[in-house]
Design a binder for this molecule. Structure first.
Ligand code: BES
Ligand code: MN
Ligand code: ZN
Length: 487
């Protein structure tokens, strides 16, 4: 789908398949040139009760006299719309357009050009996304919309700004789509090797550097904790190192670390059967790192970014790690694995140790880490854990700006007492209370050498039920965060 913005003097005269007009509650569209006929129509529709300009209402009209377009789609909007109101209105608009046999659409509003530019690509791409890689029959007709143009009325001055916002949003949309697609792929398609190959492809396409390590290299590095998780699977593990160079060589990078468990059975501490299929989504952290790289490589900010992905299955075969086994992590700390289902932290701790070699400005890990985080925050906010207030604020603000929010939970030494082990330096579980926090405390032990934050995306990375599928979160948050770090 192509998105563009152009200045239009008489937007209601635009010849197009469908003109979408956003109508703010109680304010009509009199701010537009030659809008009298349309304003009259909107007033009459309100009197007749067919369309009231309010959030959630839409009305499609075929060839009304007030406009030159073949169709007019009216979309109600809050009277003083905030970003999230705009997002809802755009979602409604895209939902209607998806079901129409139209190839082009023009979007028109009295105010809010920048917001429209910022949101249209991400929202449209989200609504129009369909998973069909492993389907052979089409149930629904393919939507035809391929060109969306935003009309800027009398706003030539702000056009450059809006165009930049549009381009950035398009890049984020492509990153989100990549993350969703990878995560939606079944685990027999999306294996650790597959993720490694995808990273190489991405790197080749965008001219990034990429290294993919296998078992022998991981052994040499001493990643005993990561390897312990991988040892129960016939699928070989992969450790992916991606580097984007947009700033000088001496500029310390920002590091993103993704949990890439391509399927989490729980291992010997086997999970119950219900909804276990959803554990193919346990690589959403990894997918979000690849998605963020896709976006960053397109936006090309003056920044250095490193992506680290620990990819493995968590399976229970005869060679699998057992409860009570003690392993030695790359940091040298020994870990008693009391529950093999707490595997995310076991692979991330070695990736966090590896990250120190970059002397990074910041490290953010992204993981579908705990069911407890889903209970705490649901599907609205990702869980944010960090000791560093400035880093916390940057991530919170990025989440707000990207409409991809996170919420800070405590990270305090007192919680770490739960991780005491009688047989190793640390245990990999801390019991049921504050499960998301004790998991973060475990990671914290391995992230002492740099500014670090942990995002638990167990609740936000995918939807269950009828709309089962990956969301692509927190790619928008990560991209906003990285862009906010450009000096
Ligand atoms: N991948 C899961 C976390 C998860 C569970 C995410 C359900 C989304 C929905 C993780 O590897 C896991 O199994 N965590 C355990 C930890 C426990 C054994 C301490 C959990 O949350 O139950
Ligand atoms: Mn698990
Ligand atoms: Zn897991």
């Amino acid at each position: 789908m192509k998105f563009s913005i152009s200045a239009v003097k008489k937007p209601l005269q635009t010849k197009t398949d469908v003109l979408v007009v956003f109508v703010p509650e109680g304010r009509g569209v009199s701010g537009l040139a030659d809008a009298d006929a349309l304003d009259d129509l909107i007033a009459q529709l309100a009197v007749d009760g067919d369309f009231k300009a309010k959030p959630g209402s839409t009305l499609l009209l075929h060839r009304p006299a007030a406009v030159a377009a073949r169709r007019l789609l009216l979309v109600g909007l809050a009277s003083k719309p905030e970003m999230r109101d705009w997002k809802k209105a755009l979602q409604f608009a895209a939902g209607v357009l998806k079901s129409l046999p139209v190839a082009q659409a023009h979007l028109l509003c009295v105010n809010g050009l920048d917001t429209l530019a910022e949101l249209t690509p991400t929202v449209f791409s989200d609504v129009f996304y369909r998973y069909d890689t492993t389907r052979t029959v089409d149930e629904k007709e393919q939507p035809r919309l391929d060109a969306v143009q935003i009309c800027a009325v009398g706003a030539e001055a702000g056009l450059t700004h809006a165009k930049a916002a549009l381009q950035q949003s398009e890049s984020v949309a492509i990153g989100v789509r990549l993350a969703r697609e990878l995560a939606n792929l079944p685990a027999n398609y999306c294996t650790p090797v597959y993720l490694g190959d995808m990273a190489k492809k991405l790197a080749k396409f965008h001219n990034l550097s990429c290294k993919v390590l296998g078992r022998p290299e991981l052994e040499k590095l001493g990643m005993g904790s990561f390897l312990a998780v991988a040892q129960g699977s016939v699928q070989p593990p992969r450790f992916i190192v991606l580097e984007y160079h947009g700033a000088g060589k001496k500029d310390a990078p920002h590091v993103l670390v993704g949990k890439g468990v391509t399927f989490d059975t729980g291992g010997i501490s086997l999970k119950p059967g219900a909804e276990m299929d959803e554990m193919k989504f346990d690589m959403c952290g990894a997918a979000s790192v690849l998605g963020a790289f896709e976006a960053i490589a397109r936006i090309k900010p003056k920044l250095n970014v490193v992506g680290l992905i620990a990819a493995t299955e968590n399976m229970p075969d005869g060679g699998a790690v057992k409860p009570g086994d003690v392993v030695t992590s790359m940091s040298g700390q020994t870990i008693e694995i009391l529950n093999t289902d707490a595997e995310g932290r076991l692979i991330l701790c070695d990736a966090l140790t590896y990250a120190a070699r970059y002397k990074p400005q910041s490290v953010v890990d992204i993981a579908t880490l705990t069911g407890a985080c889903v209970i705490a925050l649901g599907k609205v906010n990702s869980g944010l854990f960090t000791e560093d207030d400035a880093l916390a604020n940057a991530l919170l603000e990025a989440g707000r700006a990207a409409l991809d929010p996170c919420w800070r939970l405590p990270l305090e030494a007192d919680y770490a007492d739960a991780l005491k082990s009688n047989f190793a330096d640390v245990a990999n579980i801390g019991g049921r209370p504050a499960g998301a926090i004790t998991a973060a405390c475990f990671l914290w032990r391995f992230a002492k050498d740099y500014r670090w934050a942990h995002l638990d995306i167990a609740g936000t990375a995918w939807n269950s039920g009828a709309n089962k599928g990956a969301t692509g979160r927190p790619v928008p948050l990560l991209v906003h965060y990285l862009l906010s770090q450009v000096k």
